[in-house]
Design a protein around this ligand. Sequence first.
Ligand code: ADP
Ligand code: MG
Length: 690
Amino acid sequence: MLDFYAPLTNLKGIGPKTAKLFEALDIKTAGALLYHLPRTYHLYPEPTADLPQAVGERIAVRMVSARPISTKYTSQMDISIGEGWVHPEDGASTRLELVWFRMPFIKSKVLPNKEYVFYGELKHTKASAFSIQQPEVYTPQEYETLRQRPQPIYSLTKGLSNNAVAKALAQLLDDPSLTEEFLPPVLLQRRHLIGFHRALSQMHKPDDLEGLTEARDRLVYDEFLKFFLAKEMEHTGAAGVENGWHFASDAQMMKVLEGLPFSLTEGQQEALWEMKRDIDGDFVSQRLLQGDVGSGKTILAFLIMLYAVENGAQAAMMAPTEVLARQHEKTFQSYIDLFHLPYDVVCVTGSLRTKERNALNERIATEGGLFIVGTHALLSDTMRYHSLAVVVVDEQHRFGVRQRKTFSQKGENPHVIVMSATPIPRTLAMILYSDMHISVIRDVPARRRPVKNAIITKERRKMGWDFIKKEVESGRQAYIICPLVKATEQTEAQNVMDYATRLREYYDEKISVGLLHGRMKPEEKDQVMKDFSEKKLSVLVSTTVVEVGINVPNATVMMVEDANRFGLAQLHQLRGRVGRGQWQSYCVFVDASPHGKESERLSILANSNDGFHIAGEDLKLRGPGDFFGLRQSGDMDFRLADIFQDADLMRAAAEDAKALAAKELVLSEEEQGRLSEYMRRMDTVVYNNL
Ligand code: ADP
Ligand code: MG
C-alpha cells in the first residue's frame, strides 16, 4: 500500500539514485508522480506511399520485401540493409533503403514476401533514393492497434527515460489505494465524469483518443472544482465590507494626469475613473484590470495610488519578481521627480539586508503618504502597514486568492486592483473573477509603431542573427526565445544552453550574449535581467521565463525559435516585450516544422496585434490532437485546464462549487471529508502550495 506522500524509494526498482533524478523534475512523492502527466502524446501516422512529400518527417510505410535482409559486418559493427521494397497494393517498387545497426537478428524478423509497416524518419540519400535508419517494425495488424493508442511523452531529465517513468507509474496505477474516488457520486453523475482511477490510467496509458479525452475532462473538472471551492471558502468577503477610506483631494492626481507627456487612451481613462469611483464608493472594492501587453497599465496604477497617497494613506504595488518590482520603483520615482511630488517610493524585496529591511519595515509601519512597491515580501508576517488603502497586484496569474486575502487582512481593508495581460473574454472572466469588478482596456496607445513580423524557416536562421547584429550595432538589443533549457534526446527543439554557445561563436564574441532560464536561481535570473535592462547584455537568449511585464524599451527584436511549438496567444505575449520604445521593432518567428507547415498558422500573428482576436483564432485552429502540445503556459496556474478550451467544464465546476458552498448540494459528512482531504493533498503535493 502506497499513500500520496510516500517517498518514491518505496516503489520497486527506484533507489536513491533514481529518486534523485525524479527530484530534478520536482517529483518527490507518489502523489506528485501520479500527477506527472504526459507533456504530450505521440500518435503514429497513417502509412503513406508518397515518399517525396515526406522527407524529414517521421513516417510509416507499408511494404512487402522482395528480397531478404542482408547483413554486412565491418570492423566497427554490423549493418543490416533491406532493399527492393514493393507496395502491397499495386506491386510498384520503391527505391527505399532500410538500415539497422547492430541488429543482425532483424533478418529473421523481416521476411521476404510478407507485409510490414516500418516507422522512422525518412531521409534523402545521395542516389536520389529514400532511406530510413533504425525503423521500427510492425505487422499491419500490430500497427493498426498501435495507431489507436496515443503514446505518452513525459518531461524527462538526463538519465531518466520515458520508459522508466512509465514503468514507475504503472506501479502506482496498480495500487488502488492511491486513486480512490474522492468526488461524490452526485457530481460524477451530474457532469458525466469518469472515475478517478480510470482517469489517471487513461491519462498515462490511453486506449484511444476518446479515453484520453474523457480522462482529461475529468481531471480538468477536478482542477476547476478545486479552484472554485477554494475561492468559495476563502471568499475575500469584500462584498458588503464598508469602505473606511474617505479621500478629500485629487489635486495631485489631476496635476499628473494633465501634465503627462502623452494623453491616456479612452480605455485607460475609463478604467481610471472606474477605479476612482470604487475608492470613493461605500464598499471596499476588488477590481480586475485587464489590458493587453503595452496597453499602459503601470501609469494607471501610479495615478490611482497617488490618489491614496496624496490623502495621507499608503498604496502598495506587488510584482511577481524583484526585477519587475525594481522597474516599477524606478518608473514611480521618475514620475515623482518629474512632477515634484512630495512623496517617497520604497521598494521591499526578499534580497534586502536585514538592517535595510528593518528600517523599511519601520517606515512602512509608521508613515502615511507613501508609495510602496515590492515582491511577495510585502506579504510577509513581519510587515505592518500604517495606513494601507490601495493594493495593486501586477500580472495577476501568479497570485492566488489566498494572497489577496492576506493583503486585505494586513491593511485596514484596502481596495484591491489586480492587473492582468491575459486576454480572457468577459464572460469567462466573470466566472473566474466572480468576486471582482472588471475593467478592460481595449485600446493600445496609438503613437506606437506596430511591430513588424517575419516568419522564416530554420535554414534561414542566420539571416535573423545578422539582422540582430545590425540592430545591436545601432545601439538596440534583442531577445531570442528557445523552448528548451538544455538538449534532450526526445526532440530537436532549440535549447538556450547550446544556442547561446553557437551564437557567441557566430558573433565572434563581439556581441554580449546573456542566458536566462527557469532552472536558474531567482537571484541569478534577476541579475541577468538587470544586466539586460542596463544594456550590459545586448542579446538575451531565454526560455519563455522572460517576464511578461518587463519593459526594456531599447529592445527592438524578438526572435522566437521553434515558434511552431508555441500557442499563438503565447507568441503574442512574447512579442509584447518589444515595440515599447521609440524605435521600430521586429518579431522574427522561426518555423522549424517540416516544410514550414506551420507558417500559415503563424501568419495569423503577422496579420493581427489584437490579443483577444489571436487567442480566439488559436482556439479555432486547434484539433483534438493539439490539446496537449499547445497549452497556454502559465495562465492562471492551471496544470491541465485551459480556460478557453475548457470553458464548459469551468462553468460547470463554478456552478457546483457555488451549490456546495450554499448547501444546495448536500454531501454526507464522509463525502465532504474525502473531498476536502483530497483538495488538501492536491495543494501540497501537486501544486506545491504552502
Ligand atoms: P503594460 O500594460 O503591458 O504593463 P506598460 O504600463 O509597461 O504596459 O506601458 C508600456 C509603455 O507605454 C510605457 O513606456 C508607458 O509609459 C507607455 N504608455 C502608457 N500609456 C500611454 C499612452 N496613453 N500613450 C503613450 N504611451 C503610453
Ligand atoms: Mg505591466
